[in-house]
Design a protein around this ligand. Structure first.
Ligand SMILES: NC(=O)C1=CN([C@@H]2O[C@H](COP(=O)(O)OP(=O)(O)OC[C@H]3O[C@@H](n4cnc5c(N)ncnc54)[C@H](OP(=O)(O)O)[C@@H]3O)[C@@H](O)[C@H]2O)[C@@H](O)CC1
Ligand SMILES: [K+]
Length: 499
């Protein structure tokens, strides 16, 4: 698992490493060395300005300054605050710097080729205002390339939000593990390329910290992924049901159903109003279609216990009918995915949705930001949570279900607080119908009895990879097809031998 550490967890990692016998100053020396290495790798950065803040982030900058000067670079150190106000390891790093120290407030950039931003890191405690903010804004306006130490100063490592101001970095050097703010927008975009430096903190400190947030990649869910078994047959791979709207909105369900089938469900049935039957029957030979007039008929169809997962929402139309369809699908032998109109049908009434979902074996909801805001309208403790990560976690706890809060930095959270953050979605994935395919991928993995949090995270990652595989110009129809080469690489990496 590629853990992401919030500032509190990172402070604990530092503290445990120090308890284990590594001096804080040693960690700072290694951090500063990693920053110096990054600066030295830039093309011809002969004149480097290093802006140092009042805490240990500034200490890292002072170490980098000393090392770069020793390596022959022309280095200027500019400090925010008084030199004799530095304490602890940062004060020790300042004593080892024997060159002049300028004021960050009055620094000018005409003769500077490269900036190292070591003003604030994990210790950012409030919005930047006054002098610190002006310093960051002038640095940003200088147009010089910036290497950020740990985080672009002003970026909140826990939330990915800018507190007052932050300067765009070309590169960010962070330590031990990345932080949520490196992946959540706008943080991800502000960091430039992120390098993770090993500063000697042993990975074993993570056992005690037990981080609950991870990068969404196969390390987060691969052990739960259901690979095709040699002795399997189509029913052992699960039977997914996708509820469809009428003839004019049937495309959404068809995209989802193709997604579920490509994701590996053994069978996929589309349940549709009679007027849409011909559309579905003519579309895709591997899909089955059954006419279902209302929720009661859907319930009768689902008396067949071999249906292991159901998706309700895409193209359905919001209202009591969609609510009843979802209720018909939620049963102890079946997992459900509620998407799109199924979520909007519960606008402002998340408690009613939670009650329906609680009857399902497992439940995943897949809102985009608009659907999320509608569903939780009036619930400040969810909508007002400090970050996308915190909102998804709060929503999962409210619903007792896995929440996929979509976007370029999709967060998947489960009621216990575990979460993944995706970083592999290309910009061109934002296209009509892509969300329907994603919901289908989730449904297809749930149908194979993959646990909901793992299924939802895997589906999001696969969706991003499939988009990359298809490339620019992508339309949603391409996504299910692009899953094949992604699976061809993924399966062997998870130990599948092809049997
Ligand atoms: N041993 C370790 O732990 C290691 C840590 N490492 C490095 O340390 C960094 C964390 O260091 P840190 O905890 O000292 O916090 P840091 O980011 O320097 O800022 C704190 C200072 O900023 C001030 N301040 C805060 N907000 C402010 C605002 N809005 N406006 C104005 N001032 C504000 C705050 O003042 P105060 O809130 O007390 O008034 C305090 O003076 C971490 O990112 C990494 O780079 C590495 O060397 C590896 C080993
Ligand atoms: K910084």
């Amino acid at each position: 698992m590629n853990a992401l550490l919030d500032p509190r967890e990172m402070a604990e990692a530092d503290a445990r490493a120090i308890e284990g016998g590594i001096a804080g100053l040693t960690l700072m020396e290694r951090a500063g060395t990693a920053v110096a290495d990054a600066a030295a790798r830039r093309p011809y950065p002969t004149r480097i300005a290093i802006l140092c803040g009042p805490g240990n982030n500034g200490g890292d900058g002072l170490v980098a300054a000393r090392i770069l000067a020793q390596r022959g670079f022309r280095v200027r150190v500019a400090l925010l605050g008084a030199r004799d106000a530095l304490i602890g390891d940062a004060a020790a790093a300042a004593r080892r710097w024997t060159g002049p120290v300028e004021s960050a407030e009055t620094l000018t950039y005409e003769t500077v080729d490269l900036i190292v931003d070591a003003l604030f890191g994990a210790g950012l405690a409030r919005d930047l205002e006054g002098v610190p903010r002006a310093v960051v804004e002038r640095m940003a306006a200088s147009g010089r390339p910036i290497i950020a130490v740990d985080l672009p100063s002003g970026l909140d490592g826990a939330t990915g939000k800018v507190r007052g101001a932050a300067a765009q970095a070309v590169e960010t050097v962070t330590f031990f593990r990345r932080k949520p703010g490196h992946l959540l927008l706008p943080g991800r975009a502000l960091c430039g390329r992120v390098r993770v430096a090993d500063i000697g903190i042993p990975a074993s400190v993570l056992d005690a910290i037990a981080p609950t947030c991870a990068v969404n990649d196969p390390g987060a869910w691969g052990s739960a992924f259901v690979l095709p078994a040699a002795a399997g047959h189509k029913y052992s791979r699960g039977h997914a049901l996708v509820a469809s709207g009428g003839a004019w909105t049937a495309g959404a369900a068809r995209l989802a159903a193709r997604g579920a089938l490509r994701a590996g469900a053994g069978l996929v049935t589309i349940a549709c109003p009679p007027d849409a039957l011909a559309v579905h029957a003519a579309s895709y030979a591997a899909l089955m279609a059954r006419p279902v007039g209302d929720a009661a008929e859907l319930g009768r169809l689902l008396e067949d216990p071999r249906f292991t997962a159901a998706l309700v929402g895409p193209g359905l139309g919001a209202g009591p009918q969609a609510q009843a369809m979802l209720a018909a699908c939620a049963g102890p032998e079946r997992s459900v995915v509620a998407d799109a109109d199924a979520l909007t049908s519960f606008a402002g009434d998340a408690a009613a949705l939670a009650a329906v979902l609680s009857r399902a074996r497992g439940a995943v909801v897949t809102p985009h930001e608009g659907e999320f805001a509608r569903l939780f309208a009036g619930d400040d403790s969810v909508l007002g949570a400090p970050s996308k990560l915190a909102r998804a976690r709060a929503a999962a706890a409210r619903l007792g279900a896995v929440v996929v809060l979509k976007g370029a930095d999709t967060v998947v959270a489960e009621p216990g607080g575990h979460a993944t953050i995706a970083e592999n979605a290309p910009a061109f994935l934002a296209t009509a119908g892509a969300g329907d395919v994603l919901a289908g991928f989730v449904c297809g993995l749930l149908a194979q009895a993959m646990p909901p949090f793992a299924a939802a995270s895997a589906a999001v990652w696969l969706h991003g990879e499939a988009a990359r595989e298809a490339g620019p110009g992508l339309i949603a129809d391409d996504l299910p097809e692009a899953l094949r080469p992604v699976y061809a690489r993924l399966f062997p990496s998870l130990g599948w031998t092809g049997a």
